[in-house]
Design a binder for this molecule. Sequence first.
Ligand code: GLU
Length: 310
Amino acid sequence: MPSTVTDNPQVIGRFAPSPTGPLHLGSLVAALGSYLMAKRGGGLWYLRMEDLDLPRVVPGIADDMLATLEMLGFEWDGEVVYQSHRTRYYQEAAEHLVRSRLAYACGCTRSEIAQIASAPHEEGLVYPGVCRDGLAPEKVERALRVKVYDEVVSYMDGIMGRYSQHLTASCGDFVIHRADGPYAYHLAVVVDDAASGINQVVRGADLISSTPRQIYLQRVFRYPTPDYFHLPLVTDPNGAKLSKRDNAVSLAAGRDLAREGGALLLSALRFLGQLPPSALAGAPSAEVLFWGVANFNPDAVPRASAPFPD
Ligand code: GLU
């Protein structure tokens, strides 16, 4: 039987950097992995700037990121989405949860939570649900939290295998909005992925522990859950994750990307377990990307973090 569109829906993937620092080798791996995973089956690849936490956004970085991606030969589909322009959608989503009694106002301070919370989990403090049944009269609203129930959220990651989390034990009712700050990353990501029809999320493994909370929100909103692929992280030679704040050097620093972009992409392909032919040495970026689209094999992507190959 010929396959139909419904049997084989078009992949819609995305790259969603936060413009709080320039693109580094870790972001290059996420950009390349998400691009090739979308394009290998003729899918779409969208770009979203996660510039919601405005005080942390560095002016000019979003444009630098776009210029760097362009110089490396990446072509995205449609218009770039900026989270800073989408607050009203996050607000609507949060209000919907409050109306449905799935979210509530919390007046606890961090130190109050620290005093009563059980031992902190790797996700931070586990919220013990103090304000779940109403804000005590002496408290002011500090945050909106979504209620989680005693269930294990489990999904099959395309690279890391089965991943499960007991939300009550690992984070408890979690924050979707702070009274003095932006809407939370988990809420924005889930609302935006659904609005763009994203059905494939490829990103760094540092976000794998966020995925159960995001799947939980998708279920609450009755949004479909995309397929998830978490890529190994790039570490520095001491084994620490590259982060914008500490040890990550901008991709463009000290490099002529127009000339060296192809070599950089070849190294990123090798980091992702791919075996590009030696004939591609010295090839321009566009040619390396073309090879990647035709040959990318997700089964070859390693799970372990590693330094970036020279
Ligand atoms: N903005 C996040 C970051 O730069 C990525 C979010 C996502 O891919 O879901 O780490």
